[in-house]
Design a protein around this ligand. Structure first.
Ligand code: SF4
Length: 510
């Protein structure tokens, strides 16, 4: 009974937390759409980050009570350390929301008042710590005592800093009061909990290749809080062992090169790893894309996807996915799509079901439904090819017969009313060809010879092809294989696919 009661409460309470968090997501509170990059999500690959902007529309795996208990344990660890920092007297601030729009550079506007970086990058940091007081604790110059408080009749925790040390760091005025202009060096601390395998990789093998996202996250906080010192403090979920990944942003301030310093970082032990980062990692350089340019790129793709989706242009959405949004893994049973296959406790990405759909292959930013049979109108085009119209798109009052009559008179572009493509297979074939063409520098149009074989010779530049009449049909010469392709008629704006080499011809109509 207790288990069921707790399971049901933890799920409801999570929903409540999501609602509270949603206050930051869509300021108008209308669509529930996420409209900013989370500082914590840069460790995810592109597709997952892009889906997150459309998550309010997408089917998602709900978190199980077990997942929620794990998250709550993580929150508990954060609270434990944050309370300790407060009691130690090292905590300057914590959990403030940092937004790139509050930064002079990332939030700058052009002369028209538009933001130069139109996206927002935001997150809450775990703690900004006073490095002087931290050092006092590490060196035994801070005495921590439990003192009985007569007024409250309770015991309080009290920290007493060695007087000579306190004077050396300028903590107090001559009269013993706190110095108002005391400005200590600061450390940005980020707490993480980790599974035993990941933890072992870092602590025993010194391998930080899997925590690039954590480093990107803390570098955003360090940048926003203007400190070159950071520390990712990791606790193992199973053993409660800890490891500290100390970070230095070596060129954060012009004219200074920051290095690891025993006064700031303590003596190096096997409980620490040291990592140096630089501005190239953040802003990009000749060899690295960098966080900021990556966000620029992802935002552009997100905007394009949104535009195509709102216009109901399925082909465009599919094309964008094929060209810019690769899957995070090539197999559904590999991390980060799913994991736990060896132990039989399989878990996976929240977008798994949508992303690995058999029909649309995840190339959609909302659920894609096939047209219901009662809304389907079918007829054959001038090439006797079947055409499927989704009659829900046709203006009200137009009957099937009326629609066909308009098509026959060429008075309507029926391609605007086609059933949405659910399966992206045709598009995939086209874009794969395009990729092959681009990499071979020959252009898709020239991939095949007149006889339909792979073109190994020097390509010619393809052009549009003119329509002409043959008996009672119309025809073009395919610009790729030069064969004659006949047909009855083309709707306005339509292209003609060659029946021999499958090249899509741009037709100049009669
Ligand atoms: S299911 Fe896999 S490929 Fe799809 S978004 Fe999730 S991690 Fe990426």
């Amino acid at each position: 009974m207790l288990t069921q009661a707790m399971d049901s409460f933890i799920v409801a309470s999570r929903e409540h937390k999501e609602n509270v968090k949603a206050q930051y997501i869509d300021k108008k509170g209308l669509s529930g759409a996420k409209n900013y990059f989370r500082a914590s999500e840069l460790g995810s690959k592109d597709r997952k980050i892009l889906y997150s902007f459309f998550a309010h529309n997408l089917p998602r795996k709900s978190k199980t009570p077990k997942n929620l208990r794990q998250l709550a344990n993580g929150d508990g660890v954060h609270e434990r350390y944050q309370t300790a920092w407060e009691e130690m007297g090292v905590l300057i601030s914590m959990e403030e929301r940092l937004s790139s729009w509050n930064d002079e550079y990332l939030g700058a506007k052009d002369e028209k008042g538009d933001r130069i970086f139109p996206w927002e990058w935001a997150g809450h940091y775990d703690g900004l710590l006073d490095l002087n007081i931290l050092r006092a604790h590490a060196l035994g110059l801070a005495k921590v005592e439990s003192v009985f408080n007569e007024e409250t009749s309770k015991y309080d925790i009290q920290v007493e800093i060695d007087e000579a040390y306190a004077n050396s760091i300028g903590l107090f005025e001559a009269d013993g009061s706190l110095a108002p202009d005391y400005a200590p060096p600061t450390l940005l601390a980020d707490i993480k909990t980790m599974n035993p395998w990941g933890f072992k990789r870092i602590k025993e093998q010194g391998d930080v290749s899997e925590i690039g996202g954590y480093i990107d996250q803390i570098s955003f906080y360090m940048y926003m809080m203007n400190t070159p010192y950071g520390s990712i403090f990791i606790e193992a979920k199973d053993s409660n062992d800890v490891v500290e990944v100390q970070i230095i942003w070596k060129d954060m301030h012009e004219g200074v090169e920051y290095t690891f310093d025993e006064n700031i970082h303590g003596a190096q032990t096997d409980e620490q790893l040291r990592i140096t980062i630089d501005s190239g990692r953040f802003f990009g350089d000749a060899t690295r894309e960098g966080c900021v340019p990556r966000l620029n790129r992802l935002w552009q793709v997100k905007q394009e996807l949104q535009k195509a989706d709102e216009a109901g242009d399925r082909d465009k959405v599919i094309k964008i996915f094929l060209q810019h949004v690769p899957r995070c893994s090539d197999k559904p049973d590999k991390f980060p799509c799913s994991w736990g296959h060896k132990t039989g406790k399989i878990d996976g990405c929240e977008f798994f079901e949508h992303c690995w759909s058999d029909t649309h292959k995840g190339m959609a930013v909302r659920p894609v439904e096939d047209c219901p049979p009662e809304a389907l109108w079918e007829f054959e085009d001038e090439n006797d090819q079947p055409v499927r119209i989704d009659s829900r798109k046709v203006p009200e009052g137009v009957s099937y017969e009326g629609f066909i009559a308009l098509v026959e008179k060429d008075a309507i572009d029926y391609t605007k009313f086609l059933v949405d493509s659910v399966e992206p297979s045709d598009m995939m074939a086209e874009v794969d060809l395009q990729k092959a063409a681009d990499s071979s520098m020959h252009g898709t149009k020239m991939l095949f010879t007149e006889t339909g074989e792979l073109n190994l010779g020097t390509p010619e530049q393809a052009t549009e092809t003119e329509e002409y009449e043959v008996d009672d049909s119309k025809a073009i010469k395919c610009v790729n294989c030069h064969k004659e392709v006949t047909y009855k008629k083309l709707a306005p704006g339509m292209k003609k696919k060659c029946t021999f080499c499958k090249h899509t011809n741009q037709v100049v109509r009669l």
